[in-house]
Design a protein around this ligand. Sequence first.
Ligand SMILES: CC(C)[C@H](C(=O)O)[C@@H](O)C(=O)O
Ligand code: SF4
Length: 469
Amino acid sequence: MGKSLYQKIFESHTVAKLPSGQCQLFIGLHLCHEVTSPQAFAQLREEGQKVLFPERTFATVDHIIPTTFPERNRPLQDGISEEMFSHIENNTKNNGIKFFGPSTCEQGVIHIVGPEEGVTQPGMTVACGDSHTATHGAFGAIAFGIGTSQVADVLATQTLAMSPLKTRRIKFTGKLKPGVTAKDVALAYIAKLGVNGGVGYAYEFAGPVIEEMGMEGRMTVCNMAIEGGARVGYCNPDEKTFEYLKGRPYAPKADKWDEAVAYWKSVATDADAQFDDEVEINCDNLEPMVTWGITPAQAIPLNGNMPKIDEFEGSEKKVISEAYEYMGWEEGSKMIGRPIDIAFVGSCTNGRLSDLQAAAEIIKGHKVAPTVKMWVVPGSMKIKVEAEQLGLDKIFKEAGAEWREAGCSLCLAMNPDKLKGRQVSASSSNRNFKGRQGSPTGRTILMSPAMVAAAAIEGKITDVRKYIK
Ligand SMILES: CC(C)[C@H](C(=O)O)[C@@H](O)C(=O)O
Ligand code: SF4
């Protein structure tokens, strides 16, 4: 019987069976950011341990770094942020770990930098102290988030104690209509399967819609796996994957390339592989999606109605009521037409070049509504440079948007970018939890970058398809 990519990679990276029944899994690539690593490095120091394979860890600074000058200048005004920044700089320097920092113009959100530098490759196990690590699964890797104590385990042993997950293949069939994007696909599967639907599973994203999608779209789809409860989400590697990686700084060089591609091809799911579960989602009639509530699963098609509280029972009813209470909308009403205050294009979900291009295409020749502030935050410094070479910065600035430096920015607001009071944000990020964007009463509406741009123009949630040229 054939095997899935998940099974192949998990088995080939298992170095031992532990007395606990778990497997000791070798971690090919470890990614680090400033929030979840300082304690792990401190633990190693206290225990007198060394980083076993420093060449397998790569780090950057993303969450706390301001996206404007002079706030970005060191020392950072916020003491805790400055401390985290110095820790990651010193810890990487003292342990011989590569740091993609702002001074070398390689900095960015870790899940954007890994693929961009070519350190993320098919067939790998990838771990990072961050829940959105499944992003790297877009390359045909098993990638998952870990906690700080596990970060210490990886630094010291390059392995983790893990149990294999069950597998679910989600086949996206049909064809996306114009104006419908990878973000809408992501919101659609989470809305269908629920925020806990993927608990205990690795999600394989497959089918013609995924095959058609570019690498950046696949990263968006995988990025949000955890929002549907799945710690791992991946796509099978194909020619687009190899094309994306070719020539990247850490990708295999010419003499090693063919060998690498042969291995990468070998890890793809076999035609006769069995899954614990299979789901099909037809995308022919998929509409642009928007969230209305406080979880990414509380998402509806743009022209749809929000649910009525009475349609639900038990704990589900409680979550729905809580969402209405927090957001302050009338139950059963629509999201289209609701005013927004902030429009945010960025994050590891939708802060890549194609996302900025999609937003720029919509906003070109228009102005941001006077009631709205629009922030465009490239996911990495390299993306910023590429976007500027294409003139995207000018398009945004002419429209009245702010063009910023790379970082997580408003996605989690662990930096100066924050909502104020009850502000409503149209956001291309991945989480709409209560208080997520820096104000304890702020409200987040998740959507695609193109939808954010359209909302910025009108000052309210609107149909992006009106603006497709
Ligand atoms: C700060 C970090 C641990 C966190 C995560 O794990 O995802 C953050 O990136 C987020 O998106 O909420
Ligand atoms: S961009 Fe947002 S989701 Fe991604 S790592 Fe940063 S805070 Fe987390």
